[in-house]
Structures are given as structure tokens and as C-alpha cells.
Design a protein around this ligand. Structure first.
Ligand SMILES: O=C(O)C1=C[C@@H](OP(=O)(O)O)[C@@H](O)[C@H](O)C1
Ligand SMILES: C=C(OP(=O)(O)O)C(=O)O
Length: 444
């Protein structure tokens, strides 16, 4: 297995980190463009495994998504009726594709699709969505365990006008149905049963449906969706930088001091994960906003925090990995649902932090980390510690930031990351970007 030894920074961070387009916005934009009645040009689309699998599925379905010379992608909207009504679709481990695409294709009056995903995806919750598709008229044939990939869908369009959704295990299930409902043959009333995790992602869905010309409202406890999606009025859609990916560079000053700039986010960003910058301010970093750029300065004293991450849990790993450098016990709550994502993230972070000698209390919904610097120094004295990444891009990236800290004070690497390529899911050039930021810091 490939391992990457991380060189600690030899100077404080400075400069601007280059962040790719948002995964969540990119895959919503691609699906909404396919459901639209017009052609949509998407600018700054993320190029990574999670968007590649959706574009490959588009190819299977005959949906045109072509590269323009300017670097943008042009999707020929087909009102949700692709040229091909059958095919095999592989979603790898992309939660957005796994949820959004089956829901969108279930609108077809006569479609037959085989769906499968990676080993990890075969364990992720799908039943909440597939039960809804059955209620709408699709038949679902499970090839393995009921409620999970792989399965075959025989679609018959949507008949009922109301639907109850259980999105307690993933908000993507609700988002998928709201997006697809824009092409239902009649107005839809969709009720969320109970609570959903990751609420800001549902708000992102609602706002993006409107940006694509759809009509959606919320009348507690129902979402009301009118049929029709014209596409963005200008015909062009711009993707924001990815706020979860930005979290690593926002937090870098905790590990190496200095300040990092990440830009440019629109004033009314669609991404709830920007709330992570508030956590960093609570830790003691100061934040400055300038023309959409966010600058975090870590030259001040830091403190440990106790935070509920339920609404922006993709960023909890960033804090967990840096907790060993904070002066006190860090508590991270609201993260039980992340046990069903790329890997069991709570268990993965607990295991790897224990390898570094940190005091860990792992509960179903929380992680408490008590730093132990001398254990970390001692354990990495003879040789660097190897961090396992469980095919989870966020485990790799967050420990990459911790590893940038000059623990031994002599520039000696003390962490190596196993299978760093798993970053290809959302940020293929993450370690190159970290190295570029390091060379700027070292040159100062
Ligand atoms: O809708 C989305 O784009 C996402 C929703 C969240 O998932 P869950 O709702 O499964 O927590 C988040 O973790 C994921 O990275 C992206
Ligand atoms: C949970 C994540 O991904 P997915 O879209 O596969 O759910 C993530 O990117 O952290």
C-alpha cells in the first residue's frame, strides 16, 4: 500500500489555498441540469471521483455533458427523460450519486437500471430512499441484503401525490426526493417523518432548486413542490469552492501558526460547513472577511471546545485530528450518523488518535479527546506513525494537517498517511496543495 510521509512546515502558514469546487453543489447542479428543460453551462465543477461517477452514469444514460474550451461543462437538459432507459450504474462510494440518481431515474415511465457501489457503499443506508421509491411505483429487487446496494430498479414513474420520508440516517435521502419531485407529473407534498441529520444540506437543496427555476416551499411539516424546472435564467451556473475541503486549510494555523486565506465564497454561501470557521474562532483563531475571502489567523492563544457537529459533520474530523494540539479536552457531539459514511468515522478517528497516545472516550454519538503531547512525541521518536485512512478522504486530509505540525522541533516527519490516494473522492490534489502551502511557508 502506498504511504506518504508528511514533511512538517518550517514556518508559519501564509498565502491562499486553492480549493476545488464543492462536491455537494457540483453533483446537485449536474442532476438539476439533467432534470432541466434547457442547456446549462456549469462553471468550476469539481473534477474528482464523486463527480466522475455521475458523469460516467450520464454517459451510460446518453445524457450529454460536454467539456467546453473555457473549462466549463455543458449539460443538455432533458427534463429527466434520458435517451437510454436501461443500464448498469456504478456509484463507487459517492453518497450524493447513490441517493440522487435512483430518485431522479425513478421518474421514468419504463426504465430498468442495475445499481451497485463499492464495498463501503454496500453498507451505507439506502432503505429510507428505496422504500419511498417503492411507494411511488418503482419496483426494487435486491441482489444482496435488503435495503442496501446492489439492487435493480424497474421504474414506472411517480403516481402518489404525497410521500413520507425517513431521512434520519442521511439528509441526502430527503434531498434526493425533493430534487426529483421537480419533475413529478403533478405537484408533490413531501413530509419529513421525524428529524434529519445534516440540515443545512436540505437548505442547500431547496435553494438550488429555486436557482434552477423550480418552485418549492415549506409549510411545516411538508415540502410542497410544483412540477417544472426551467434551468438557471442566465443558462450558467457557478459552483462555490468546497467549504468542507476548505476546513483543512482554515485549520492549518492551529498546526503551524500564521494565517491562511481561502476564497472566494459568495456572501450568501449555500454551504453550512462554513460554520466550521465559527468553531475555529471559538478555539481562538481570528477571522477576517474580505471580498468573499476568508482569512483565519492562528497567532493567538488557543483553547479546547465542546461542539455539536450534527449540522456540519464532514468537518468534525478536521477538529478531531487537531485536538492533540489544543490545551485541554475537546468534545465533539452529534456525529452518530457519520458511523455510516465512507467508514465508521467515529471509530476510525478514535483508533488513529489512540495510536498517537491521545486520551479517547468514544460514545455512540460523540468523541472526547484529551491531548497527550509527550506520548505523541515518544511514540513517534524512533519512526513515523502510520495512519490508516479506511478509504476515507477526510481521515487522510485531516491527519495531513496534524502531520504538518513540527512536533519534534527539528523538521523531522513524524506521521505517514497510508493510501493518500483516497483523497481522489473530493480533492485529488490535496497533498500537492499542502506541499505548495508548505513551500510558501518554508520560504519565508
Ligand atoms: O447532501 C449532501 O451533499 C451531503 C450531505 C451530508 O450527508 P448526510 O446527510 O448523509 O449526513 C454530508 O455528510 C455529505 O458529505 C454531503
Ligand atoms: C460524507 C461524505 O460523502 P458522501 O457524499 O459520500 O456522503 C463526505 O464527503 O464527507
Amino acid at each position: 500500500m502506498n504511504e506518504l510521509l508528511i514533511e512538517p512546515f518550517q514556518g508559519p502558514a501564509s498565502g491562499r489555498a486553492q480549493i476545488p469546487g464543492s462536491k455537494s453543489i457540483s453533483n446537485r447542479a449536474l442532476i438539476l441540469a439533467f432534470l432541466s428543460e434547457s442547456t446549462v453551462e456549469i462553471r468550476n465543477l469539481l473534477r474528482s471521483q464523486d463527480t466522475d461517477v455521475l458523469r460516467e452514469a450520464f454517459e451510460t444514460l446518453g445524457i450529454q455533458a460536454s467539456e467546453k474550451s473555457s473549462g466549463s461543462i455543458q449539460v443538455t437538459g432533458c427534463s429527466g427523460q434520458p435517451p437510454n432507459d436501461s443500464g448498469e450504474i456504478y456509484v463507487e462510494n459517492a453518497g450524493t450519486v447513490a441517493r440522487f440518481l435512483p430518485a431522479a431515474l425513478s421518474l421514468m415511465p419504463e426504465g430498468n437500471f442495475e445499481f451497485d457501489g463499492s464495498e463501503a457503499m454496500r453498507k451505507r443506508p439506502m432503505a429510507g430512499l428505496l422504500d419511498c421509491l417503492k411507494a411511488l411505483g418503482t419496483s426494487v429487487d435486491y441482489q444482496g441484503e435488503e435495503g442496501y446496494f446492489p439492487f435493480r430498479l424497474s421504474t414506472r414513474g411517480w403516481s402518489p401525490k404525497t410521500l413520507s420520508v425517513d431521512a434520519s440516517r442521511s439528509s441526502q435521502i430527503l434531498s434526493a426526493l425533493l430534487i426529483a419531485a421537480t419533475r413529478a407529473p403533478h405537484p408533490m407534498r413531501i413530509r419529513l417523518e421525524g428529524e434529519t441529520v445534516s440540515k443545512p444540506f436540505v437548505e442547500m437543496t431547496v435553494r438550488m432548486i429555486r436557482q434552477f427555476g423550480g418552485t418549492i416551499s415549506f409549510e411545516e411539516p411538508d415540502f410542497l413542490i410544483e412540477p417544472g424546472l426551467t434551468g438557471p435564467t442566465t443558462g450558467v451556473y457557478d459552483i462555490e469552492p468546497d467549504a468542507s475541503a476548505a476546513s483543512y486549510f482554515f485549520a492549518l494555523p492551529i498546526a503551524v501558526g500564521g494565517a491562511t486565506t481561502v476564497g472566494s465564497f459568495p456572501e450568501e454561501s449555500l454551504q453550512g460547513d462554513l460554520a466550521f470557521t465559527e468553531v475555529l474562532q471559538e478555539i481562538g483563531l481570528s477571522q477576517c472577511l474580505s471580498n468573499g475571502d476568508v482569512i483565519l489567523d492562528g497567532t493567538t492563544k488557543t483553547r479546547a471546545v465542546d461542539v455539536d457537529f450534527n449540522a456540519f459533520s464532514d468537518t468534525f474530523l478536521t477538529l478531531a485530528a487537531l485536538a492533540p494540539l489544543l490545551p485541554g479536552t475537546t468534545r465533539i457531539r452529534g456525529i452518530a450518523h457519520t458511523r455510516h459514511q465512507e467508514t465508521d468515522r467515529v471509530a476510525a478517528m478514535a483508533t488513529e488518535l489512540r495510536k498517537l497516545g491521545q486520551g479517547i472516550v468514544e460514545e455512540e454519538d460523540s468523541l472526547t479527546i484529551t491531548p497527550n503531547r509527550s506520548a505523541m512525541v515518544e511514540l513517534s521518536q524512533a519512526a513515523p506513525i502510520a495512519i490508516d485512512t479506511y478509504e476515507d478522504h477526510r481521515v487522510a486530509m485531516s491527519f495531513g494537517i496534524l502531520a504538518s505540525h513540527d512536533l519534534h522541533g527539528d523538521g523531522r516527519p513524524w506521521i505517514q498517511i497510508r493510501n493518500p490516494e483516497c483523497c481522489r473522492k473530493t480533492f485529488p490534489k490535496f497533498f500537492e496543495e499542502l506541499a505548495r502551502m508548505r513551500s510558501i511557508a518554508n520560504a519565508r
